[in-house]
Design a protein around this ligand. Structure first.
Ligand SMILES: NC(=O)c1ccc[n+]([C@@H]2O[C@H](COP(=O)([O-])OP(=O)(O)OC[C@H]3O[C@@H](n4cnc5c(N)ncnc54)[C@H](O)[C@@H]3O)[C@@H](O)[C@H]2O)c1
Length: 436
């Protein structure tokens, strides 16, 4: 039975991996240790995961003390590289949360360590495993659009989920690489995978347009100490959320990681509105846009090719009532409904989504629709399938769902190139980032 250790006892370490390893995958996997720099979160994690998992605040000490074949990295993004490389050098396989890392130099170091040690690295691109996204891959693989000429991709984050990136460590590029790395790594990976090609050149624009200090004069540094919190649409009361309270608020005195940071803070340096143009081999052009302050959440993609256009659209969340202004109400699942927001009218809320469609428009007329049952569970049904793949293994992987370091690198390097393009006002080549 394979033995696993987790580094990063935050939300993802505990709920995505820890809890399932000690229950759902108990027959094939054993979680032996969990580590974090915050001793309070380590104590919370070991309690929640049951008595057999040992807790540590030092990674090397954990690997000295407990048996381990595979290390799972779920720390904040900019620290992934250090643990990935250390684990490989200690002869461990590694599974890392996305983004694989946050800049080109760290990326090159990871790729070099993998070459030196021969230890495999898996990147947890859960979205690939969602049935709807898998169906797009299958259709493109069958050549439905012919030669692909261009791709249009748009992702919308609502004022619940989108705002959350501005509350905590994600709000600084030194921690997350910004949303073009932290968030868009998912999107760029999907496009690279769907197209089965690696990106060549990137040009981008981005700015912070909504979550700006000027929008909320008099704001504090965090909700719990803010003078105007009662009038703020983003007021988060940690004590009212038992999980957030136990995981973060109770342990903030150790490391000053405040889970309710102000989304309008002066020290945020990430963008909320971004767009990029990416060139792929065969002159395929991607136009990409990411917006972190919309009233709904979801994404749209279209592939234009020599035989026609394939369109997919997945609405994820929508708050139908414009009067729901308080954050706690807006974020409640009773309000964040899975409906097709294009079909909602001012006076009606349409039915919850049962199936998602993919439409193909042949070049000379007509239309064909493919339907995929809608999956509401973690990341469009991707989380469970990814974990089954990681922990139980599969006989074969015809569509190439498993993602390694190359996919991890190619997806973040588009974001890294986009950041550089924004800073320098020029086109950036991925090849140059790989060479250093
Ligand atoms: N695949 C997905 O869909 C998905 C979803 C959410 C988060 N994530 C990724 O999972 C990772 C964790 O995210 P989260 O939401 O659990 O964040 P979190 O803030 O809840 O947890 C991060 C943990 O890392 C710890 N940490 C910070 N620096 C550390 C260091 N140097 N050494 C050891 N521990 C350190 C923190 O104390 C914290 O417990 C991130 O990389 C994030 O991008 C992926």
């Amino acid at each position: 039975m394979k033995k696993y250790c987790i580094v990063g006892a935050g939300s993802r370490g505990i709920s995505m991996f820890g809890e399932d390893l000690v229950s759902h995958y108990r027959d094939v996997a054993q979680l032996t240790g969990i580590c974090d720099v915050n001793p309070g979160r380590v104590a919370y994690a070991t309690k929640r995961l049951g008595g057999e998992v040992r807790g540590f605040t030092d990674f090397d000490h954990m690997l000295d003390q407990v048996p381990c074949d595979v290390v799972i990295v779920t720390t904040k993004d900019a620290t992934h590289d250090a643990y990935i490389i250390k684990a490989m050098r200690r002869g461990k396989e590694v599974i890392t949360e996305k983004p694989m890392t946050t800049d080109a130099e760290k990326c090159r170091r990871i790729l070099a360590a993998e070459r030196e040690t021969g230890q495999p690295l898996r990147v947890t691109f859960n979205y690939r495993y969602a049935p709807y996204k898998t169906e797009i891959k299958r259709l493109l693989g069958e050549g439905i659009v012919g030669e692909v000429h261009s791709v249009e991709f748009r992702w919308f984050l609502d004022t619940v989920h989108g705002a959350d990136y501005f509350r905590r460590w994600h709000g600084q590029k030194r921690n997350s690489g910004g949303l073009l790395v932290h968030k868009a790594t998912h999107h760029f990976d999907l496009i690279n995978w769907w197209l089965d090609r690696e990106p060549q050149e990137v040009v981008a624009m981005g700015s912070r347009q909504y979550y700006t200090p000027a929008r909320k004069p008099g704001h504090g540094t965090r909700c719990s100490e803010c003078q105007i919190s009662q009038d703020c649409e983003f007021y988060l009361d940690l004590s009212a959320h038992s999980d957030l309270h136990a995981l973060y608020q109770e342990n903030e005195h150790y490391d000053h990681y405040y889970r309710d940071g102000c989304v309008f803070s002066e020290d945020i340096d990430i963008e909320d509105t971004m767009s990029a143009l990416v060139r792929y081999p065969d002159n395929i052009q991607l136009t990409y846009a990411l917006t972190a302050a919309t009233s709904f959440e979801g994404w749209q993609v279209a592939f234009n090719g020599s035989l026609g256009r394939l369109e997919a659209f997945e609405p994820e969340c929508f708050v139908p009532d414009g009067e729901v202004r308080r954050f706690s109400d807006r974020s409640a699942s009773a309000h964040r409904r899975s409906v097709d927001w294009r079909a909602v009218t001012a006076s009606s809320l349409k039915d919850p989504i049962e199936a998602l469609s993919i439409n193909f428009y042949p070049l000379f007329g007509g239309m064909k629709t493919f339907s995929v049952p809608h999956q509401r569970q973690g990341h469009g049904g991707g989380d469970r399938r990814l974990k089954d793949h990681l922990f139980r293994g599969v006989e074969d992987d015809p569509l190439g769902h498993a993602a390694g370091s190359r996919a991890g690198a190619m997806s973040i390097l588009i974001g890294v190139a986009a950041n550089q393009s924004m800073a320098e006002g020029r086109m950036v080549r991925i090849e140059d980032l790989l060479k250093g």
